[in-house]
Design a protein around this ligand. Structure first.
Ligand code: NAP
Ligand code: L37
Length: 303
C-alpha cells in the first residue's frame, strides 16, 4: 500500500502565481507612467445583470486599480440596444486613454456577441476574441491571446518547464478556451488532442495525457481513474453547485473531481484558486502590452 501522502499531487497555486504576476505588472505599469505620462487604461463593458459577470467585472476593476492601470467601467442595462452598444465600442476605439477594451460575455439575449466583438479595434482587443486575433494566433503572428488559455500555459510552463513532446489532451473546443489552448500547446511543441462532446471513449483518450486541460462546464466530469499517474491537470471549469444548508451560496467546483484526481496526478490546479485568478492577471498583462504598443514602446520583459 503506497503512502497516501507520497502519492498526493502537488497543488498548482494559481492564486499565488497570479499575485506575483500582478506585482510585476504593477512595477511595469509604474515604469510606463514615467515614460508615457499616463496610466495604461482598460475599459470594461458589462451589459445586463448576469451574477457571475458582476463578480468578475468588479474583481477586474479592483485588480486594475491595484496595479496602477486606469479602469473605465461601463455598466449598461439589459435593455441596451445593439446600436447603443456599438456606439459605445466605437467611442472607446477612438479614446486615447483606453488601451484595452473588454466586453464581458455572455451578452443578454438578442445582442449578437460576434457583431460586438467584430466592432472592437483588434489592437485594443485584450480578450483576444476578435477574428483578427484568432487568425493571428492561428498563423503565429503577434496579437492578443485569450486570457484564460494563456494563463493555463503559464502555469504549465512554470510547473513542467519545456512542454516539448508531451501528450496534451484539451477537453472542450470553445473559441475562448479550448481552441486557443490547443493552439498554444501545439506552439509549445506538445502533441495535442482536442476532445469534445462527440469524442469517443473520452476516458481512454484522457488516460494517455501527460497534460490534461478540462474546459467543459460540467461539474466534476473528469474522474480520477481517467488520469495517468503523474499527469499535470489544469481545471478551467467554474461551476456553482446548488445551495446547501452549510453553503448557502453553493459550492464552487471545477470540471475535475478534485480529490480523486489529486490522488493520481503529479500536479493539479484547485477550484477556486487555480485558473480563475490567472484569467484576471493575464487581462492586466494584455492591457499593459497594448499600452506599450499604442505608445510605440517595446513590450515589457518578463511578463
Ligand atoms: P463552452 O463554450 O460551453 O464549451 C464547452 C465545451 O465542452 C464544448 O466544446 C463542448 O463540446 C464540450 N463538452 C460539453 N459536454 C461534454 C462532454 N460530456 N464531454 C466532452 N466534452 C464536452 O464553455 P467554455 O466557455 O469553454 O467554458 C468551459 C468551462 O470553463 C466553464 O465551466 C466555464 O465557466 C469555465 N471558464 C472559466 C474561466 C476561468 O477564468 N477560470 C474562463 C472561461 C470559462 P461541443 O463543442 O461538442 O459542444
Ligand atoms: N476575459 N473573461 C474574459 N472575457 C469574458 O467575456 N466571460 C469572460 C471572461 N470570463 C471570466 O472572467 N472568467 C472568470 C472566471 C473566474 C474568475 C475570474 C474570471 C475567478 O476569479 N474565479 C475565482 C473564484 C471567484 C468566485 O468565488 O466566484 C477562482 O478562484 O477561481
Amino acid at each position: 500500500m503506497p503512502d497516501p501522502l507520497e502519492t498526493m499531487a502537488a497543488r498548482i497555486d494559481g492564486k499565488a502565481f497570479a499575485e506575483r504576476l500582478r506585482a510585476r505588472i504593477g512595477a511595469a505599469a509604474a515604469d510606463f507612467v514615467h515614460t508615457a505620462a499616463r496610466r495604461p487604461g482598460l475599459a470594461v463593458v458589462l451589459v445586463g445583470d448576469d451574477a457571475a459577470s458582476q463578480v468578475y467585472v468588479g474583481a477586474k476593476g479592483r485588480a486594475c486599480e491595484e496595479a496602477g492601470i486606469a479602469s473605465f467601467e461601463h455598466r449598461l442595462p439589459a435593455t441596451t440596444s445593439a446600436a447603443e452598444l456599438l456606439t459605445l465600442v466605437e467611442r472607446l476605439n477612438r479614446d486615447g486613454e483606453v488601451d484595452g477594451i473588454l466586453v464581458q460575455l455572455p451578452l443578454p439575449q438578442g445582442l449578437d456577441e460576434q457583431a460586438v466583438i467584430a466592432a472592437i479595434d483588434p489592437d485594443k482587443d485584450v480578450d483576444g476574441f476578435h477574428v483578427i486575433n484568432a487568425g493571428r494566433l492561428a498563423v503565429g503572428q503577434e496579437g492578443f491571446v485569450p486570457c484564460t488559455p494563456l494563463g493555463c500555459l503559464m502555469l504549465l510552463q512554470d510547473h513542467l518547464g519545456d512542454l516539448s513532446g508531451l501528450e496534451a489532451v484539451v477537453i472542450g473546443r470553445s473559441n475562448i478556451v479550448g481552441k486557443p489552448m490547443a493552439q498554444l500547446l501545439t506552439d509549445a511543441n506538445a502533441t495535442v488532442t482536442l476532445a469534445h462532446s462527440r469524442t469517443r471513449d473520452l476516458a481512454q483518450v484522457v488516460r494517455r495525457a501527460d497534460i490534461v486541460v478540462a474546459a467543459v462546464g460540467r461539474p466534476e466530469m473528469v474522474r480520477g481513474d481517467w488520469i495517468k499517474p503523474g499527469a499535470c491537470v489544469i481545471d478551467v471549469g467554474i461551476n456553482r453547485l446548488a445551495p446547501t444548508d452549510d453553503k448557502p451560496k453553493g459550492r464552487l467546483v471545477g470540471d475535475v473531481a478534485f480529490a480523486e484526481a489529486a490522488a493520481v496526478a503529479g500536479a493539479i490546479t484547485p477550484v477556486p484558486g487555480g485558473v480563475g485568478p490567472m484569467t484576471i492577471a493575464v487581462l492586466l498583462r494584455n492591457t499593459l502590452v497594448a499600452a506599450h504598443r499604442h505608445a510605440g514602446l517595446p513590450p515589457p520583459e518578463g511578463l
